[in-house]
Ligand binder design. Structure first.
Ligand SMILES: [Mn+2]
Length: 350
């Protein structure tokens, strides 16, 4: 029941409530990059997501959302890089693009914004995590939401596609497994695998499985999602990678973590994945921590599937992004409406 408060208390509480929303500053960065995998089209992912109205939808979440679109990353080939590294396709592009990307992500975070990177294929995780780590002086943990572990090295990969390798490049525990990588000196493998958790795994290569088991990597596959439920899984993952609740969280969200019925327009779709509701729940949980530092949304490929498939995939991506920045499925109360006293809230929402 509504209990009238003293006028003074009521006024102060009302003001506090009206200003309770966290100011959220977002920097959007597109990475039209497709060289980490062989399929044409994924380079058009960023613009497909933008053209579906991403910025307007984000702006509608609440008034304290401040969005700046930094456009797309462009890069020049570094001619000095030795062109060939065994079993890493288009290596020189990978090294050159991620170098630029890392600098961009670092700058956006240093501008005081949460960096939202739109891919592009998942090899861009090398640059985004690197830039985030540099901006936050290594105080970063990573939630890798994906059907795949992306933990191959050039020795274990059967394809040579670098979008299956970013996590192995980033993990300090795996640095000895790589040859010298020319032109990648800026990228130090500094994140300990202890600060990384996976959610959504269901297509893991044998060597990746071995590494996950040997290093004791926190990995919640679909079986764990079934056993515990998504809410418990996210909480356990965050507890493991950020036990003191003080790190900047990097979410690298591969749209193929979602079931291929939810997100069919992606290069390496795997059935039996997360529902859109589970994907949204992950990001709502991360939002509630208040510590999201950067998010990647990758592997949307508008050239795969029917027009309807593409629409469904892009919409799913936008739902997941909206949840990351405070959109609530419970609904948000309009903050600018004159409030009749009866609607005076008994709690703030965040
Ligand atoms: Mn991936």
């Amino acid at each position: 029941m509504f209990k009238p408060l003293r006028p003074h208390g009521s006024y102060r509480a009302l003001r506090r409530w009206l200003h309770s929303e966290r100011e959220t500053k977002i920097g959007i960065l597109g990475v039209p990059f497709d060289k980490g995998q062989p399929k044409v089209g994924v380079a058009n992912g960023p613009d497909a997501i933008r053209n579906a109205g991403l910025v307007d939808q984000l702006a509608s979440i609440h008034k304290k959302i401040n969005i700046k679109d930094y456009g797309n990353v462009s890069y020049e080939i570094n001619e000095e890089i030795e062109k060939h590294v065994p079993n890493m396709r288009d290596y020189v592009h990978i090294a050159s693009c991620n170098y630029e990307l890392s600098k961009n992500v670092e700058r956006i975070i240093n501008d005081g914004r949460i960096c939202l990177t739109l891919g592009g294929d998942h090899s861009l995780g090398i640059g985004t995590v690197d830039g985030h780590i540099k901006a936050k002086q290594e105080n970063v943990c990573v939630l890798w939401v994906d059907a795949h572990a992306d933990l191959n090295t050039n020795k274990t990969s059967s394809s040579g596609n670098v979008h299956g390798m970013p996590m192995a490049l980033l993990a300090s525990e795996l640095s000895d497994y790589w040859p010298y990588l020319p032109g990648m000196d800026w990228q130090r493998p500094v994140i300990s695998i202890r600060n990384v958790a996976y959610i959504g795994l269901r297509s893991v290569d044998a060597y990746e499985r071995l590494i996950i088991d040997r290093l004791g990597i926190t990995a919640f596959g679909m079986e764990e999602v079934e056993n515990y439920g998504i809410s418990t899984v996210v909480n356990m993952a965050l507890e493991r990678i950020d036990p003191e609740a003080r790190r900047s969280i990097h979410v690298s969200f591969d749209v193929d973590s979602l079931d291929s019925l939810e997100a069919p327009s992606t290069g390496t779709a795997v059935r039996g994945g997360l529902t859109l509701r589970e994907g949204v729940h992950i990001m709502e949980s991360v939002y509630k921590t208040g510590r999201l530092g950067a998010m990647d949304l990758v592997e949307v490929n508008p050239s795969i599937g029917t027009e309807g498939d593409v629409k469904r995939t892009v919409e799913a991506a936008i739902h997941v992004i909206m949840a990351a920045f405070g959109h609530s499925r419970k609904g948000l109360i309009p903050r600018d409406a004159a409030l009749p006293l009866q609607t005076f809230p008994h709690q703030t929402s965040d």
